[in-house]
Design a protein around this ligand. Sequence first.
Ligand SMILES: Nc1nc2c(ncn2[C@@H]2O[C@H](COP(=O)(O)OP(=O)(O)O)[C@@H](O)[C@H]2O)c(=O)[nH]1
Ligand SMILES: [Mg+2]
Length: 322
Amino acid sequence: MFGKLREKLKAFVKRVEENVEREEEEAKKKGLLDRLIQVEIKEKDVDEALDELELELLEADVALEVVDALREKIKERLVGKKVRIGTDKAKVIEEAVKEAVLEILRPEREVDLLEEIKKSEKPYVILFVGFNGSGKTTTIAKLAHWLKKNGLSVVIAASDTFRAGAIEQLEEHARRVGVRVIKHDYGADPAAVAYDAIQHAKARGIDVVLIDTAGRSETNRNLMDEMRKIARVTRPNLVIFVGDALAGNAIVEQARQFNEAVRIGGVILTKLDADARGGAALSISHVINAPILFVGVGQGYDDLRPFDEKWFIERIFGEAEA
Ligand SMILES: Nc1nc2c(ncn2[C@@H]2O[C@H](COP(=O)(O)OP(=O)(O)O)[C@@H](O)[C@H]2O)c(=O)[nH]1
Ligand SMILES: [Mg+2]
């Protein structure tokens, strides 16, 4: 997981460390070391290393604006920093990089989903959006399972009325996690299905409605228009964008599009168990200004992990192999 990002950031730390060590050597040669107890990290020690890092991050699927922001933040922290002679320079440099990454990841708004659901009027409605194959239906089953484990009742709206087999696939997942599905026939209006599910939940005091949607639309209707209509009819408490981490930078663009149509409040990234790069995870919340709520780390119903920045940082910089 995130192997590439890990490798590149570590390589950057090493390059800067070498430069700072060279500064120390030069000071020694000039006989300055007696009086010197610390070396200062200079702009030239980081600039070239940052140029290289920039390219590598783009290769690792980090979005351009995030690369720029990261560059600024790392530079801000490193240039002018004084490192005591004989201390572990790599550690000091790594700390600066970690802080910069944390700042990129930390959302402006934290969302505590269980808290929000508990304090909201019933039912709490979550609309799931994302392209075909991104993992929406699987993720809905996982989330339903997680919500049930946390003592909440759930109903699912089968609003993907377009893709062949979508309703049966959802019903099978729902059966396995023990949750009811509200459905119409294929070709039905997805907004009407979602509306019925909400009425059903209201009538029975169900806590949460999860709305599954199609990732592609009929040729005569635009996907974004369809999402707008569902949102208009159902007034969801939360719109979750589900993105396939393997699609890399493309999902950042997808999220941007959906975000313009229906304001995204949270992100779930799937298939992180197979993600070699990690750039999308680093980029997405910064770009659309919404937190990553969970990550999918496998195909089982328990393979949904609440996301937090510290866990991500540990995958990147920690001892545990990513
Ligand atoms: N390895 C892995 N596969 C996943 C994950 N989430 C979803 N998938 C798989 O991705 C495929 C598409 O998922 P689906 O839920 O049908 O996507 P949808 O079209 O957005 O509804 C399925 O084969 C899922 O099993 C995950 O976290 N890890
Ligand atoms: Mg689906």
